[in-house]
Design a protein around this ligand. Structure first.
Ligand SMILES: *Cc1c(COP(=O)(O)O)cnc(C)c1O
Length: 393
């Protein structure tokens, strides 16, 4: 049972220091909103990095309930953990894209994890594992169409494709996907966008001429899912947008895209006290009270993922008032200047959420800290308990 106020945002659980509430109904609704903006491609719910801090297993299950047939992870460990928790291949294909020597390829084969291959070394290790286990691999060949990160460069692509096609002819693998990733889909009009679309079309055409007939061709992350229909192909791979944040905050708010933030972060005031003018606050005294005032102690710090860059700037809501971090964020706690207001110890402090109660958003924190909302939500640490509401699984 969870309690909820009239706006649907649950209050902090009794007795907790701090809590991240994860609204799984919002997650499902966001996937439906994303689907409504596309013309039929399959959905891959990107649940890497513990689902951007929201809880990989819970989010994966809800995404499947909302019709996602694919899950995306960075590391093999993330993919294997989902299978170990009971997510079966007939419920969701899992694509894993960040491999290092040693794999573990054999476990991935046994657990039906789809494997992204960006270079010959990985294909060689994978084929050795296929021969050892007798289990053919499901491979997605990744082209570097301009991001310059993972993926195969155009001049190495013909060899990689030919070698994969040979292995496919030998029954060792099936190339089920050809894919790539954008560098700047969040900057509409950026010249790299068209260039990557063209380069992807060429990489795909070469693969098809070489006898590769992929089930899914895929390129679109969240901003491309929202803004570039020509990039959707057979599958889109939203991460941030599924968690209800705008990947293009200067272009549109979450509400503009029918999205609602999934994570809310709240804490309980740990201390309220009166201090005189000229009192230094927190390490280094980077804040000094301008007059007699009240200080509130918030029991969250950089060990919980509150950026130290939020020192003297991060916003919080207490009651109907908006306050800012006073002085440095410490490992476990930070202070706000309450400007003479007195709140009860234990009062709920809202750091971020959908904004229904006047609270800041993760985007507000990102702007205050000079970073992206991606980083704000993903950093929320393991010491902060997650509370799940609205789940159907
Ligand atoms: C993280 C990631 C995504 C999702 O990106 P968002 O911008 O959060 O939608 C998609 N594809 C790959 C390869 C990724 O690494």
């Amino acid at each position: 049972m969870t309690t909820a106020n009239t706006t649907g945002t649950p209050a902090l659980t009794e007795g907790v220091r701090a809590e991240a509430t994860v609204d799984l109904a919002a997650l499902r609704d966001n996937l439906a909103a994303l689907r409504a903006r596309t013309n039929g491609p399959e959905l891959m719910a990107v649940v890497k990095a513990d689902a951007y801090g929201h809880g990989a297993l819970q989010c994966a299950r809800e995404a499947i309930a909302a019709g996602a047939g694919w899950l995306g992870t960075a590391t093999p460990q993330e993919a294997l953990a989902l299978r170990a928790a009971g997510i079966r291949p007939d419920q969701a294909r899992i694509l894993c894209w960040l491999w290092t020597p040693g794999g573990p390829w054999e476990q991935a084969l046994r657990e039906s994890v789809d494997i992204s291959i960006s270079g010959q070394w990985a294909l060689d290790e994978l084929l050795a594992a296929v021969r050892a286990t007798g289990i053919p691999a499901r491979v997605h060949l990744k082209a570097d169409t301009g991001l310059g990160r993972n993926g195969c460069q155009p001049h190495d692509w013909p060899d990689l494709v030919d070698n994969a096609a040979k292995a496919q002819a030998d029954g060792l693998l099936r190339v089920v996907g050809v894919w790539s990733h954008f560098a700047a889909a969040d900057e509409p009009g950026h010249p790299s966008i068209q260039s990557q679309l063209d380069s992807f079309a060429q990489a795909l055409a070469f693969a098809e001429r070489s006898g590769i007939d992929p089930e899914v061709r895929h390129l679109a992350n969240s901003p491309a899912t929202l803004l570039l229909p020509q990039s959707h192909y057979d599958l889109v791979r939203p991460g941030l947008a599924m968690y209800g944040l705008s990947p293009v905050p200067d272009v549109g708010t979450p509400a503009d895209y029918g999205l609602r933030p999934v994570m809310s972060l709240a804490a309980r005031l740990a201390l309220v006290k009166h201090v005189p003018a000229g009192h230094g606050v927190s390490y280094g005294h980077h804040y000094v009270t301008p007059g007699p005032t009240t200080l509130g102690l918030i029991p969250l710090g950089y060990a919980d993922g509150i950026p130290r860059h939020a020192s003297n700037t991060g916003p919080v809501q207490i009651g109907s008032g908006r306050y800012r971090v006073a002085g440095r964020v410490a490992m476990d706690q930070f202070v706000v200047d309450l400007g003479g207001e007195t709140f009860e110890v234990g009062e709920e402090v809202l750091l971020f959420g959908p904004g229904d109660r006047g609270e800041p958003t993760a985007e507000d924190w990102a702007r205050a800290c000079g970073t992206l909302s991606y980083e704000i939500i993903t950093r929320i640490g393991g010491r902060v308990p997650r509370r799940y509401v609205g789940g159907v699984q």
